[in-house]
Design a protein. Structure first.
Length: 393
């Protein structure tokens, strides 16, 4: 068995912690090369004590100095680095074969792309990177021979439901449709009027999944499903009209693929991200993820319904951005990140999240997304437009 050396970008988050849980179950297979966090220095220290990485990364020098002191006291030799360049370094490091991309938001783009360009096995949880730079990202995967494994549970499920080599368009393999399941979030069945007074704590209380706060809000607005739709288009070479969103409140079926002979293939499991993480780490083998096997008798029934795009317009906004193409998805993503931050800080109402995204979309011109500079500029200008809108309201 080959020992794999892993960098976990965003180690202190929900996906990062689950990744370390799976890695810790298989010390004979995996060594942790690097762990990164933004500001969570205490959590990173605990992880360094447990996993003894060669490198740890934090955003600012003050936190790094504190961590260095704590590590020295504990007699640990982990090197502590800071800043964005350090994230890129640990993603492309020669010693590393596998990179878990689990930073939240646009901040994940550059280190993830660096891992791709270094030809690593990239476990992609950070959907925002692909939403922003889809064509460029997938070209780089092809050109640099990276192995890209989707970790988002829906895309991981679809990956498992498709033929091993599914490149070249869905039709080539007799796939007629991808069925992207959605729990519907905590406000399934609510009217637009009822949604107006939703609080951050209500939005972050997801009925089935335990996740970071940004993705929890995205799940509540259905923007998460919109971002996933864009992600699925790039990962599986699909058009938006080949993807149907199916609300499935039990979150047991993680997604499906329909075939031209009438077959529908689904992947099922308990809603626990350690299953797709273990799949990505061990692929094409299977390893213990610490997740219990599904008890179908306990679940007893599975329900399905269409998504309510009137009450939750973010899904439509995302589909339209994908159809528009170019920098439109990067603008959508940037405006959404600003809107979600403002909502979590108590400065924006829940139903104003989609309002803000739509206003920024209307305001910003769309350019071809042929290079990284254009994409990053579209991101910056969309954020500026979003902050301007917030300042006016
Ligand atoms: N959670 C899930 O179940 C789930 C499922 C599918 C996909 N995803 C995707 O996976 C990604 C991570 O989600 P999550 O729920 O794990 O998020 P999370 O719990 O908020 O964790 C985010 C991680 O990224 C770090 N981070 C945040 N901002 C950063 C920045 N500007 N620069 C560098 N590092 C930064 C955080 O460090 P600090 O702790 O220091 O803030 C933390 O380690 C997201 O793109 C999400 O959409 C998550």
């Amino acid at each position: 068995m080959t020992l794999r050396h892993v960098t976990v970008l965003g180690a202190t988050g929900s996906i990062g912690t689950s990744t370390l849980d799976v890695l810790g179950r298989h010390p004979e297979r995996y060594r942790v090369h690097a762990l990164t966090a933004h500001h969570s220095r205490e959590a990173l220290l605990t992880q360094c004590r447990r996993h003894r990485p060669a490198v740890a990364v934090l955003d600012v020098e003050e936190d790094a100095a504190w961590l260095r002191g704590q590590l020295a006291e504990a007699g640990l030799v982990t090197e502590v680095r800071t800043g964005r360049a350090a994230l890129v370094e640990v993603a492309e490091a020669r010693e590393v074969d596998t990179v878990m991309s689990a930073i939240v938001g646009a901040a994940g783009l550059l280190p993830t792309l660096a891992a791709v360009k270094a030809g690593k096995r990239v476990l992609l949880a950070n959907k925002e990177a692909l939403v922003m730079s889809g064509a460029l990202f997938m070209e780089a995967v092809e050109r640099y021979g990276a192995t890209l494994l989707p970790i988002d549970s829906e895309h991981n499920a679809i990956y498992q439901c498709l033929p091993a080599d599914h490149r070249g368009g869905l039709g080539r393999h007799g796939v007629t449709q991808l069925l992207l399941t959605a729990s519907g979030g905590p406000f399934r069945g609510w009217s637009r009027k009822e949604l107006v007074s939703v609080t951050p704590d209500q939005a972050c209380a997801h009925p089935n999944w335990s996740m970071g706060r940004k993705i929890s809000v995205d799940s509540a607005t259905l923007m998460n499903k919109g971002l996933e739709l864009i992600e699925a288009c790039w990962l599986f070479d699909a058009r938006p009209d080949q993807i149907q969103v199916v609300v499935h409140p039990q979150s047991v079926i993680h997604s499906m693929a329909s075939y031209s002979d009438g077959s529908v293939i689904a992947q099922l499991g308990n809603p626990d991200m350690r299953t797709p993480i273990a799949y990505g780490l061990a692929w094409p083998e299977r390893i213990d993820a610490g997740v219990e096997t599904l008890d179908l008798f306990q679940i007893a029934r599975l329900d399905f319904e269409p998504a309510d795009e009137m009450a939750f317009p973010c899904l439509r906004l995302a589909r339209e951005a994908m159809a528009t193409g170019g920098t439109a998805p990067a603008v959508l993503n940037a405006a959404n990140e600003v809107a979600v931050d403002a909502f979590l800080a108590g400065h924006l109402g829940f139903t104003d999240i989609d309002n803000l995204v739509a206003r920024v979309r209307d305001e910003r011109p769309v350019a071809p997304a042929g290079d990284l500079e254009t994409i990053l500029e579209a991101d910056v200008l969309a954020r500026r437009a979003a902050y301007d809108w917030l300042a006016r309201h």
